[in-house]
Design a protein around this ligand. Structure first.
Ligand SMILES: [Fe+2]
Length: 164
């Protein structure tokens, strides 16, 4: 489906440049807790809200097939995030405070790499649940393994998405 859409627009998979350094290579150098926090808990999870905004825009632009594809991607990312949260809790203890502290420590390490220029990415809030971000998709966050207490904290700073 993606290949068809790209071809219709005169593009192809691989046309766009590769990011150097590859952020996934840098992730592979790190410990498992870091990878779960950076890749899943504070990374893939952001697509839950991002794609919730993108999908209706694609529909409005007449891109129904692409919108349907991104619905699959969104559910896939919810599952990836759920696995990340599950194993993070297994490793640090099933406790919101322990998860928040591990998240804070890993995001600070991540931000250090960004500031050093090893990652060409935006800085993330070490206080992930109370930091800035798109209005929260409560049901998707719940599906993705965030506790109701965590979701309530996020909603206080981000608000709740209008369409859920
Ligand atoms: Fe993913």
């Amino acid at each position: 489906m993606l290949e068809d859409c790209l071809e219709q627009r005169g593009s192809f998979i691989g046309e766009f440049s590769y990011i150097v350094p590859d952020p996934y290579e840098l992730l592979a150098e790190q410990d498992l807790v870091y990878r779960l926090v950076i890749l899943s808990r504070t990374g893939e999870s952001e697509s839950l809200e991002g794609l919730s905004s993108l999908i209706p825009q694609l529909e409005s632009a007449g891109q129904e097939r692409v919108a349907r594809m991104y619905e699959y991607v969104q559910i896939d990312e919810a599952r990836h995030t759920q696995m990340g949260n599950k194993w993070l809790r297994f490793l640090v203890g099933d406790d919101d405070d322990a998860v928040a502290e591990a998240t804070r420590e890993c995001v600070m390490r991540y931000n250090h790499e960004v500031r050093k220029g090893r990652l060409h990415r935006a800085l993330r809030s070490p206080d992930y649940l109370t930091g800035p971000g798109a209005p929260v998709q409560r049901s998707l966050r719940e599906l993705a393994g965030f506790t109701l207490t965590e979701i309530d904290l996020m909603v206080r700073s981000r608000g709740t998405a209008a369409q859920e």
